[in-house]
Structures are given as structure tokens and as C-alpha cells.
Design a protein around this ligand. Sequence first.
Ligand code: PLP
Length: 473
Amino acid sequence: MLSSQDFRKYAHQIADRMADYFEHIEQYSPKSQVSPQQILEALPMHAPEQPETMEAILQDFDTIIMQGITHWQHPSFFAYFPANNSYASVLAEMLTATLGAQCMVWDTSPAAAELEERMMQWIKQAMQLPQHWEGVIQDTASTATLCALLTAREQYSQYAINERGFENDKLTVYCSNQTHSSIEKAVKIAGIGKKQLRYIATDEQFAIRIDSLEEAIRKDLAEGYTPLVVVGNIGTTGSTAVDPIDAMGEICKKYHIFFHVDAAYAGSAALLPEKQSFFKGLEHADSYVFNPHKWLMTNFDCTAYFVKSKEALIRTFEILPEYLKTQHDQKVNNYRDWGIQLGRRFRALKLWFVWRSFGVEGLQKTLRTHLALAQTLYQRISTHSDFEILAPMHFNLVCFRYKPTNINNEETLNLLNAQLLERLNQSGKVYLSHTKLNGKYTLRVVVGQTNVNQTHIDQLWELLLHHKQVLSN
Ligand SMILES: *Cc1c(COP(=O)(O)O)cnc(C)c1O
């Protein structure tokens, strides 16, 4: 076991390693190049019987673990959506780990509960979210969305399904065909059933078609279903498409349907007045989720979940066994009742560190830098005759493909772009991912790394030109 002196020594060493890592991160390939089982085979089959030295552990960390790390903080990580980070966030996590507090109720760390309450207020205010909402931190957007579906289910049944289970409830859920898979997962887990999930058609911008949505609702009503939830997107995963939130809200009001809005990635953009138009109509929502752990320099995990009715949320999740009763239950927020888990990490601390150390203006500046850099890439791709833009760019995700003028066969193009992606990622210099839009194999470049700058965009562009050239030969 380590002594307090050892701890001090290694803590200093590790702090230096952390700083070195961030400073020299570009020496690594953004995408780990190991093959399946490689790391597993390098690890001993059994736990050590005797204590090992920290030197030995750190040595193996360097030689075994680091090889199998994909460097999410690398400025040329353009894949998926980022999980970006910052010095302030990491410093806060060091303290969180040190305190090791389990923040299930107010009593188990009053500061954690009250800082969380205040952070959700800061976010709500700075992002111009409806002021009557109340927020809570969840681990991920998937969990928040499950909470939304369960709350809707209980509100509809007057909290009876929690008691008696399902009877003959024929509930349906609606979302666009571009919606994240976490909705499907939540529909399954909430007992609603995947067969009752209606994927609604989208328009040429990949936004939900309002007429199709209403048609589907009417059809289900006529067939004896109860439309339970409509999910709206602000920034779909495939192409950051934005659904018409205002119009969806009106429909939900008309048919008394619970309205959940998923802005997991693009929600950070609500900090920018020039992007507020995408959030119009949000006051109709019953619940709303976005991830500071994607594009707001807060290390994974940290999800902000807001609800119109905290009473409904709490009534859905509340439990009060004798051993959890405290004196202050009436006066404070006991967040164990605001979601699925009982035990909770102290996640508010990193938000506090990040928001104070950047300031709102600093956060805005970083987001605007990313948006501007994405524009420069979009410009190049859209004006080059061998590339084709495949979706409107509302934020900082460029969706495109290689399309030489002489090739028109869709299958060939799909194959060619899959090859291009493979080549780019194997270069060890960048990491991109893909999706399919209207059946077309689409390359995705998300410009959202904390420290990405023009040189990284220029390098990516050079690589694109180079590898498409190699492919055409
Ligand atoms: C990333 C993403 C999710 C899932 O986020 P987790 O926090 O990983 O659960 C959900 N919806 C959208 C639109 C996303 O982009």
C-alpha cells in the first residue's frame, strides 16, 4: 500500500505526466492502431498476490495501456462527436476523486447538492433556456432520455404503472428517422416496446416532417393507441439536423403528448445568441437534454437534464426507505430522486471550475472558433469538384463524400468512400467516422476539439486530397 509520502511523490509525478501528455498529444495517432485481443494478451491472467510498486504499474501503463488508447483530446480527432476536455475540468476531477464523495442525498455532501443546483441555474440562464425549468446532472444523455420516457409513462398513468406494472396500455413514441439510438433503447427499457416506436420521415434537410408526424399520431389514435412521447432533435448524430421544435411543440400541446428534446451534442450552441434560432420553441418541451461532456470542455461524463415539472420527475423516481430519511428532506434537493441511480458522482465541481475559468465569454469564444474552422473546411470541400456536401452545416459538423465527376454508380461511390475513410484513419494522423445519409456513405468531420486550430484543418485537407488521388489511380 502507498503511504501518504508516496502519494505526494507520485501525485507530483503524475501531474507532470498529465501536463506532458497534453503538451505532446500530437505525437500520438488519434486512433489507436492495436488489433483485437492485443491488450488483453499483454495483461496477466491473475491479480497479483503481492503488492507491486507504483513504478511497475506506471511502466505497464506506458507500454501496455497507452498503445490501446484512442486519443480523444487529440486536435485531429474529428470522429463521432468529441468528448472534449480542459485543464480546469481535469483539475476539478482530481479534487472530486480525492474527496471521493458519494452524493446521493443532500446530507451526504450539502455542497455537492447545492453547487449542482446553482450550476444548473447558471446554464439555464446563460443558455436562455426556459426559466421555469429545473435541472439535474445525469451521467449520459441515454440515461436522461430514459428518465424522460419513464416520467412520461408515469404522468400518463397517474403513477400507476410504477405500482401495478403494465396492463393494457398501448403507448406510442414518435421521433424522426435520424434520431439517436438511445431513444430506441429507452423505448425498449421503459417497457413501451420497440414496435410502438414510430420513425417519422424527414425532409431534404433531415428534419422531421411535421405533416407526417401529425398523420402518424392521428392514425395511432384511430387505432386505439395512446401517443405518449414525441422526441425532437436539435443536432442529430448523423448530420446535426434540427427538427422544427416550435411546430412539434404545438402538436404535442394539441394532442397532450409529452415532448422531450434531445440536443445532446448541439445543445452547447445555445450559449451563442447567433445560434438561438435553432432553439426556438423550447418552452414547449417537458424535458431537455444536452451534454457538456461533448462540446463544452468538460471531461466525460456530465449530462445536463432539464424538466418542466420536477414534481413529475421526482414522483417517478422517489423512494424513501427508512435508512435514507433525513431531517432536511423538505428543504433541500435529494438528487437520488431525480434519476435512476442512487449513488452519484460529484460532477458539478468540474462545471464550476470550467465555467469560472473560461467565463461565459471564453466558452463562447471557443465554440465560435470551432464553428469558424468548420466553415473553412466546408468552403474547401464544397468548392472542389471531386467532393460533394451531403447535409446542411448548421454547426461544426461537415458531412460530405468523395465524388469524382466520372463516377455515378452509388455502390461504387459507397465503396470508394469507405476505402477513403480507412486510408485516412490508417494514416495515423486523423480520425474520422462515417454515417449513411439517404443511403449514401457519408464522411463526417466534427471540428470540436478544445485546441483544434487552422493547421489541423489544413493537414486534414491535404490528406483528403492526397488519399483521394491515390484512390483514383
Ligand atoms: C451522443 C448523443 C446521444 C447519446 O449520448 P450519451 O451521453 O453517450 O448517452 C444522444 N443523442 C444524440 C443526438 C447524441 O448526439
